[in-house]
Design a protein around this ligand. Sequence first.
Ligand SMILES: [Zn+2]
Length: 329
Amino acid sequence: MLQLSDPLWCKLNTAYGFGKDIPLGLVALAEHWDEVAARDLMHGELIHQETCYGATYAAAPYLLKLAEPDCNVVQRMDIAVFLSHLALCAFRVSGRDTPANGSLNGLALTLESWEKTRDPYRSKSGQGTTMQKPAGHCEIMDLELPSDDELRKFEDIRDSFLALLPDIGSLCERTFHEHLEDEYIPRYLLSGIAATEGRGELARLLDSGEDGSFACAACGTSIDYILFGDFMALYFENSEGGPAHTQEPDRALRDWEEGEAKRADCLVKALDDLEDQAEPLVDRLISLARQAENPSVELLLRNFLGEFRCAECDETCKVCAPDKSSPEP
Ligand SMILES: [Zn+2]
């Protein structure tokens, strides 16, 4: 793990700039947990709208450590939810910065991708000469390019994060048992466990909750889903020539507003206990979901693991198709 005194923090980006103040923030939180400061650091600076940054991965081991002492129940809940979200976002390919060569979302491993992390400051400092450049931007543009040694440290940060995934999964499971009565927390933690086990799509759906969308694994059609009580209704994009009720615009939204699946194309056949589970992970997730007080946690999971007949291609598909690529174990 990157030492808190390492000058490399200055070359790791965050949502607000570069990470030279992140070690101070981590030390302050270890001394005194402040929920507002923690939220700002984790859900503002380290992950912003599902984008991660270089400093995010370097900070993760310190946050995990902070979550571990038995008495840190409050810290553990906030940190486990954050690390669940990180495990989900880390392997997501974002439109503008494609992780290549085993990179993670937002972590630069080459000089070229590191230079790109300075782009937001470059464009601002280029706007005319009469405007005063903000001091922070000048500092960022004055940073020296990372040396070969420093580039190797970026790779170490990635490797340490990948090695941390099982511990993040265990933390999520431990925290799950501490918050069984909460309405939302168990679902986010279940998502984190799925993400650390390489089930990114299942993690994404669990994170979305009772309504969202996914693509048919066979034909790619976009499908909206809504959980109504104990069943999940599906709405296909462009069901041309289908029954009149399927032709209404925004029908998923209308059904959601009216609380009734009047305009749905079909229902998901949820996974039941009679089927043989090939995956130990599925058993583990279901047995956890059963313990949550909110029944929709288990219902969502069983529907995401269930199947449906696609109205576009007529194939029977799983809602959550197995992931094409998984994080390294
Ligand atoms: Zn299809």
